[in-house]
Write a protein that binds this ligand. Structure first.
Ligand SMILES: NC(=O)c1ccc[n+]([C@@H]2O[C@H](COP(=O)([O-])OP(=O)(O)OC[C@H]3O[C@@H](n4cnc5c(N)ncnc54)[C@H](OP(=O)(O)O)[C@@H]3O)[C@@H](O)[C@H]2O)c1
Length: 398
């Protein structure tokens, strides 16, 4: 006879032959600590309906990068906790990122520790994608990128989260010189302070420093495609964009790198620079984008000119800031303009996405598809299946 005793529910079961006692512990998930190792619960073939061993709370999941990260997490069979603010219907579309019942939502406030703890209590991974390009009345850069990030890291440490992934920004540095404003970008300053604050609370955090990220609903390709950014068909760029070097990165590569970092324990405590494979002058990127959108026709006023010669454009930025400070039209505001003309600087010796095994793709591989909705006369003069000639890729400088 063997007695199998479940704690809290003793069951006697008769068997012939051997006599043994087995003690099976039943976890009560609402009260037990996460003392077990989730990675040991891995099961399945690695697809959407298996379990990767990852239970990830993704702060900032409702943002641009968040959508891609959630999709990648769901694709390998992870449970995803989406903390949201505002209306739950705004994030409901993320439900299909994972398998049935694997994407869960919880309301939170970045200043409320209790709601943050609730969101990450049962997770072994926390990803912080919270960020803001401009300050609002309620949240200054410091509140979001420094105090908020540090709060998340501190609570993650307290509740026993194993991996903390934090998103900073390329060029974030204390020594940054201003390009067009009197002082350097507040975004970059708060991002470097945020990195330090996170590492103080969670020294094994993995930090990503992305350059401009492009993809569906980004703020790079779409920024230039907005009519508000143009001046009657022409586009003003600081020193015609010939003094700024950019190395944009594709969002799919960034999301893949997050998953690669989670799978690689050696990435804990490291900083990764997320940049694309090629460097370009901003002038060449913008010119290429306009050619892709078939809007580079001088007959219709297209030209790239020096922003310094156009006080009206400068007034436009100032007025946009005044009229709509908490939601700048077309993302046009002075801090963004300062960031726009800050050249991307890739630090030697700091790993990049390639060190996580990611084969980063070039701008010209994605831009035509991403810009299709903005392409002029897309459905005129061409049969639906007739390919239209693409312009040559922008000239890379390295
Ligand atoms: N996209 C880029 O080109 C780029 C470049 C460099 C660095 N980064 C950094 O990478 C991260 C992800 O970028 P992203 O493009 O996905 O950003 P995003 O589209 O602007 O999304 C930002 C996310 O942060 C949340 N958020 C902002 N302020 C918040 C607050 N006060 N309380 C709670 N949540 C708040 C937003 O929530 P709501 O939806 O509720 O507003 C949203 O989910 C950010 O840290 C960003 O700074 C991005």
């Amino acid at each position: 006879m063997a007695a199998v005793i479940f704690n809290r529910a003793p069951i006697l079961k008769k068997q012939t032959g051997i006599i043994g006692i087995a003690f099976v512990r039943v976890h009560n998930y609402s009260t037990e600590d996460k003392a077990y190792n989730l990675s040991q619960l891995k099961r399945g073939t690695g697809g959407r309906s298996s379990f990767s061993g990852i239970v990830a709370t993704v702060f900032g999941a409702s943002g641009f990068v968040g959508r891609y990260v959630c999709n990648r997490l769901g694709k390998i069979g992870s449970q995803i906790i989406v903390p949201y603010r505002g209306d739950p219907f705004d994030v409901r579309y993320l439900k299909v990122a994972g398998d049935l019942g694997q994407v869960l939502f919880t309301h939170f406030n970045l200043k409320d520790e209790e709601s943050i703890e609730k969101a990450m209590k049962y997770s072994n991974v926390v990803i912080n994608l919270i960020g803001r390009d401009y300050e609002t009345k309620q949240y200054k850069f410091n509140d979001v990128h420094v105090a908020g990030a540090a709060r998340l890291a501190k609570i993650a440490k307290r509740v026993g989260v194993e991996r903390f992934i934090h998103f900073s920004a390329l060029n974030a540095s204390h020594d940054l010189k201003p390009v067009i404003l009197k002082k350097p970008s507040g975004f970059y300053r708060s991002k470097i302070e945020g990195e330090e604050a996170v590492l103080k609370e969670f020294p094994a955090a993995t930090i990503f420093r992305p350059a401009d990220i492009y993809g569906q609903e980004d703020r790079f390709l779409r920024y230039y495609s907005q009519s508000w950014r143009r001046q009657f068909g022409a586009i003003p760029l600081w020193k015609r964009g010939m003094a700024t070097i950019k190395q944009p990165v594709y969002v799919g590569d960034v999301a893949a790198a997050v998953i690669a970092a989670l799978k690689d324990p050696d990435s804990a405590g490291k900083i990764y620079q997320a940049v694309g494979p090629k460097k370009y002058y901003l002038h060449d990127i913008v010119d290429y984008l306009f050619k892709v959108m078939r809007k580079a026709d001088p007959k219709r006023g297209y030209a790239i000119y020096d922003m310094r010669l156009d006080p009206i454009f400068q007034l436009k930025v100032t007025l946009t800031n005044l009229v709509s400070p908490s939601f700048p039209i077309a993302n046009l505001h002075w801090d963004k303009v300062e960031i726009e003309y800050t050249s991307d600087y890739v630090e030697r010796g700091v790993p990049t996405l390639e060190d996580l095994g990611i084969k980063v793709s070039a701008l010209e591989n994605h831009a035509p598809w991403q810009l299709k909705p903005f392409t002029y006369g897309l459905y005129h003069g061409h049969a639906a299946d007739e390919p239209y000639p693409q312009p040559p890729p922008p000239k890379a400088i390295a």
